[in-house]
Design a protein around this ligand. Structure first.
Ligand code: GLA
Length: 380
């Protein structure tokens, strides 16, 4: 039974005439960072935090988008006609529009949004917002895989060349399961996460806004991977997943351009770590899983250059407190880290992370994917 997200109740109560709503979770990624846009696998899971939207029909053709935190996220009114043509403005409403375009409303409506994910911190708050908006007017039995594909493209409207992991994790999440996601075609293999394994998230408080420099640095890496792919024999415009042959990481190291060599060798090594992490989870080899996270963090910092000193500090603190492994999570450039530990040690690790300067440290468990509600209860 899917737990009812408490986030939605106050919204339904606050919005006069509210009859429907959605909730879409954020995600953490165990491993497989910056591999998705090269067509290589990832291993995330949806978490219990996310974005909720309550909706009320209106008799006219206006779509009023409001946020419970109106001072930080100002409201906007868009006509149904405008919805299709509205250019992205670099504001939070862009993500709502990106989602609504996938399943547009047929009449005007008033929407009220709230979220409990730290924003711009690697937990996929933007994809959660897109997915929550996309579900508002989706039919009750929608095709989750197909919508995940379309939601990836929808987010590119805001200018991020993102690879599809976040939208797939938010829409396809399952309680207790990590999702080994393969791309082209999108496919998910469920990998149970044992109860005695705890995953603690710690937020450095350093924001990596998708509308700012972090977006540019992210898109630059997408382009570098595409260039490395062609230099390694993929067709022009191809992905690293198309590069033929074995020993791809070693071959990538020999690319003449040192930046492309570093980027591509990291991506191939990280994709191998995903396969190893799936095996480690299946056999309950937590020590091996932890070591893989550590190697991922080192590669993200040195070869991929998406690290941040504030997150490094947290990673070190988690390890000193006995975490099996820890690493920066999501796109990077700040944000959160995850620390893997035995359940019995989770509160010690969380306390150490707080002492080391984390603005929040909390455990997460794999949770169910995005869902719709009508008159206050789950319908899908
Ligand atoms: C962001 C993107 C994802 C993925 C991660 C890095 O979250 O939206 O598609 O590329 O960064 O793994």
């Amino acid at each position: 039974m899917t737990p009812y997200p408490a986030l939605l109740d106050p919204l339904l109560a606050q919005l006069p005439g509210a009859t429907f709503g959605t909730f879409a979770p954020g995600r953490v990624n165990l491993i497989g960072e910056h591999t998705d846009y090269s067509g290589l696998p990832v291993l995330p899971f949806a978490i219990q935090l996310g974005v909720a939207i309550a909706g009320a029909p209106r008799p006219d053709d206006a779509v009023l988008v409001q946020n419970r935190d109106g001072a930080r996220f100002p409201p906007e009114t868009i006509s149904l006609r405008e919805l299709v043509h509205r250019p992205a403005r670099g504001c939070w409403v862009d993500y709502v529009v990106a989602g609504l375009r996938l399943h547009p409303p047929e009449q005007g409506c008033e929407l009220l949004v709230a979220g409990d994910l730290p924003i711009a911190s690697g937990l996929s708050s933007s994809a959660a917002l897109v997915c929550a908006a996309a579900l508002l007017f989706a039919p009750p039995r929608f095709d989750r895989l197909a919508l995940a594909e379309r939601a990836r493209l929808a987010e590119q409207y805001v200018g991020t060349l993102s690879g599809g992991m976040d939208q797939a994790a938010s829409l396809l999440g399952q309680q207790g399961q990590a999702l080994c996601i393969h791309f082209r075609p999108l496919r998910v293999e469920l990998v149970p996460v044992p109860e005695h394994l705890a995953i603690v998230v710690a937020d450095s408080g350093v924001r990596a806004e998708k509308g700012g420099a972090a977006q540019q640095a992210y898109n630059e890496r997408v382009q570098q991977c595409a260039l490395a792919a062609s230099a390694m024999g993929a067709l022009p415009g191809g992905l690293l997943a198309d590069v033929p042959g074995g020993q791809r990481s070693a071959r990538a190291r020999r690319l003449p351009d040192p930046v492309l060599a570093a980027r591509a060798s990291f991506v191939f090594a990280e994709a191998e770590r995903v396969a190893e992490a799936v095996a480690a989870l299946r056999t309950g080899d937590l020590a091996r899983l932890g070591a893989l996270l550590d190697r991922s963090h080192a590669g993200l910092t040195d070869d991929y250059q998406v690290g941040h000193p504030a997150v490094d500090r947290l990673v070190r603190a988690a390890k000193s407190a006995g975490a099996l492994g820890a690493r920066i999570v999501g796109a990077g450039f700040g944000g959160c880290c995850i620390a893997l530990c035995r359940a019995a040690n989770a509160s010690t690790v969380a306390a150490a992370l707080q002492r080391a300067g984390a603005v929040a440290a909390f455990p997460v468990r794999p949770a169910a994917g995005a869902r719709q509600f009508s008159s206050g209860r789950a319908s899908s």
